[in-house]
Design a protein around this ligand. Structure first.
Ligand SMILES: Cc1ncc(COP(=O)(O)O)c(C=O)c1O
Length: 357
């Protein structure tokens, strides 16, 4: 039964326009040293930080569908934007370079240093040739208005501008993660593991796709999403809408509802884009036990949620847990003072001396 559903999903995905940009399938690996350190259930990691394309991440898979849609509609210029240290914008910059598309980015400075410094993802966006505008203030509404105005101006001047993630195409990003659900189910079968839960950093398309995929396949893996933004009370219904839109595009007969989504803001901390102490602790622990880099804004906070649940005894130790790594490590280079305050702002001479002693 399940394998028939898998083939149905595979065929539905194969019918969609797609441009190959990344590396699939990504590995599903055990984290033995981390499992031992936390004394919890067996921990596995799905390495979507290894999807290729400009240091990888969850967006590689999404652009295979959304930029295929842009190309099919004759797009010449892509207009979008997010936070200055956005992984989405780093990866779309690489994808646009590869596909010969012009890219204009409107970027929100989340921290004061985001207006002064060109580092990490921001540096890479520029290196890939994107035209980057950094806003004066941390104003997401203004960013959206500027994106729309830029796209309108381009269209008036006769250029074909495409804005990704509009309401009629957002499900294309979710579809990428329906495919990941399928990938995970097949990998678990080969590895003979039956995970109970999947933890990940997510606020919209990633979780929408995973939940739809597991539900369609009848696989009882509970997705636990950790949102990077506080104050998004509607995200459960937004994700359900995206998933249902994806199901409709696929032509698969399934409906998901808000209650299918488990999404927590508990580990965001003060604000979006500001690392937390527990997130930095998780980031260092994973780096030093597994040689894997998390990021300061998304995955470290989700991992701190997993650590907290293990320490609180909330998880059944007989059932494996998967952590889906959605990427983001290039942002680390823009976050040295927050991640390692003892060296972050120190002059090099002081750091060198401290290291030698
Ligand atoms: C590293 C990382 N993880 C998770 C997410 C969340 O993905 P989604 O918007 O699909 O929920 C993002 C989004 O930018 C991200 O960069």
């Amino acid at each position: 039964m399940s394998e028939t559903r898998e083939q149905m999903l595979e065929m539905a995905i194969a019918r969609l326009p797609r441009i190959e940009l990344g590396v699939r399938p990504t590995p599903l690996e055990p984290m033995e040293r981390l499992t031992n350190a936390l004394k919890g259930p067996p921990l596995f990691i799905k390495r979507d930080d290894l999807t290729g394309l400009a240091f990888g991440g969850n967006k590689t898979r999404m652009f295979e569908f959304s930029l295929a849609d842009a190309k099919a509609k004759g797009a010449e210029v892509i207009v979008t934007g997010a936070a200055v240290q956005s992984n989405y914008c780093r990866q779309i910059a690489a994808a646009c370079a590869k596909l010969g598309l012009e890219l204009r980015l409107f970027m929100v400075p989340v921290r004061p240093r985001d207006r002064k410094e060109v580092q990490g993802n921001h540096f890479l966006q520029r290196l890939f040739g994107a035209k980057v505008t950094v806003l004066e203030k941390d104003d997401w509404g203004e960013r959206w208005d500027l994106i729309q105005a830029e796209a309108d101006d381009l269209r008036k001047s006769g250029r074909n501008a495409y804005v990704p993630r509009e309401s009629d195409t957002i499900d294309l990003d979710a579809i990428a993660y329906v495919e990941v659900a399928l990938e995970i189910v097949r990998q678990c079968r080969v590895m003979r593991i039956e995970p109970a839960e999947l933890y990940t950093a997510a606020m919209d398309t990633t979780q929408a796709g995973l939940v739809l995929g597991f539900k369609f396949l009848g696989v009882p893996i509970q997705v636990r999403g950790f949102a990077p933004f506080p104050g998004m009370p509607d995200r459960h219904s937004t994700m359900a809408d995206m998933a249902n839109q994806a199901a409709e595009r696929f032509g698969i007969d399934i409906t998901v509802s808000e209650s299918d989504f488990d999404s927590s803001e508990e580990f965001v901390g003060e604000r979006y884009g500001y690392p937390t102490a527990s997130g930095i602790d998780a980031l260092e622990t994973v780096a030093q036990s597994e040689g894997i880099l998390l990021d300061p804004v998304y995955t470290s906070k989700a991992m701190s949620g997993l650590f907290a649940h293990i320490r609180a005894g909330r998880l059944d130790h007989s059932k494996p847990i998967i952590f889906l790594h959605t990427g983001g490590a290039p942002a680390l280079f823009g976050y040295v003072p927050e991640v390692m305050p003892e060296i972050g702002e120190a002059p090099i001479s002081k750091f060198t001396q401290a290291t030698i002693n």
